[in-house]
Ligand binder design. Structure first.
Ligand code: BDR
Length: 305
């Protein structure tokens, strides 16, 4: 199998990314980080997802705030509880005692050369793990990042949410020397939208997993319709799927990538398109195969009865 950790600020689409990743990889842990909604709710949502799908995956609590600066949670996008205000029961399982940062370092040793990180959240945990033990870079096989916007942000005119929450962490991770592939916001807008038609089809699957999908994504969907005039964008799920099946990548380039940490453009992803710096630190997926993504998503929602 392929081994992975999913780093998540668990709300709506994150939960589906966890489900998909649990099918695609041997998932060694879910590490929780500050981002989308109240930290306690993110932990609860991850535990609920594990319990609902009966996954054998430990949940590790990570950083409850970014390295520097202030951020705001976005309950208006995900619902007050982060999962579409779906009334769920208190999970019976508990998170692990080990801190997420220590779990990342330990697992990088136990699965040396094999561990992949699916980072669908602000990069605080990974940056702190690296600062605590920089040698993780040579042990971690691959880092897949959902984050960054280079032309139009979803949180400020130029910043995507995950990079905006913790730009310092993103800058640390990008320049640490990991083998990185970034799935930026713009790519997900094109390849990860669930249209009205697709939403109806998911409703009609009527499985345990499709019911979960509809409930957790309800607020995200309403928000996208109201403020963006389109279907919901399932960025994290697309990233997990691309990580599993690289044939979804239709176009990509390798660039020197940095993150703006100052000023009005804090959180913007700076891509050296014309290779001024001559060095490269990340691949960026510029175009992805929507149909393949939908096929994977539907087949997992259908299977998970
Ligand atoms: C990112 O922010 C979160 O709201 C989503 O889960 C995704 O990781 C998109 O900007």
């Amino acid at each position: 199998p392929r081994y992975a950790i999913i780093d998540s600020d668990t709300a709506s689409d994150d939960t589906i990314a966890i489900l998909l990743a649990s099918k695609f990889f041997k998932l060694l842990g879910i590490t929780i980080v500050a981002g989308n909604v109240k930290f306690e709710n993110e932990i609860k949502n991850a535990l609920f997802t594990v319990e609902y799908f009966n996954l054998d995956v430990p949940v590790f609590i990570g950083s409850s705030r970014p390295i520097m600066g202030k951020w705001r949670t976005v309950e208006e996008v995900h619902g007050n509880n982060g999962i579409g205000d779906w009334k769920i029961e208190e999970p019976k399982i508990s998170p692990e005692k080990e801190h997420a940062i220590d779990a990342i370092i330990r697992l990088s040793k136990e699965y040396e050369g094999e561990l992949e990180i699916l980072a669908v959240s602000p990069l605080t945990n990974l940056a702190l793990a690296y600062l605590k033990d920089p040698t993780i870079v040579k042990r971690i096989k691959k880092v897949w990042i959902m984050g960054g916007a280079f032309s139009r942000g979803n949180t400020t005119p130029i910043a995507e949410f995950n990079f905006w929450v913790d730009p310092e962490a993103a800058e640390i991770v990008l320049n640490a020397g990991f083998d990185i592939t970034i799935v930026p916001w713009e790519t997900t807008e094109d390849a990860a939208e669930i249209t009205d038609d697709e939403w109806k089809k998911i409703e009609s699957i009527n499985s345990k997993a499709s019911t979960f999908f509809i409930n957790v994504n309800r607020t995200l969907r309403e928000y996208s319709k109201k403020y963006e005039g389109r279907g919901s964008i399932h960025t994290d799920s697309l990233t997990a799927t691309i990580a599993y099946d690289n044939s979804l990548i239709l176009q990509q380039g390798e660039f020197k990538v940095d993150v703006e940490t100052c000023s009005i453009s804090r959180g913007a992803m700076l891509v050296d398109w014309y290779n001024f710096s001559k060095s490269k630190n990340a691949k960026i997926v510029l175009k992805a195969d929507k149909q393949k993504f939908i096929n994977y998503l539907f087949s997992i929602l259908e299977q998970s009865a």
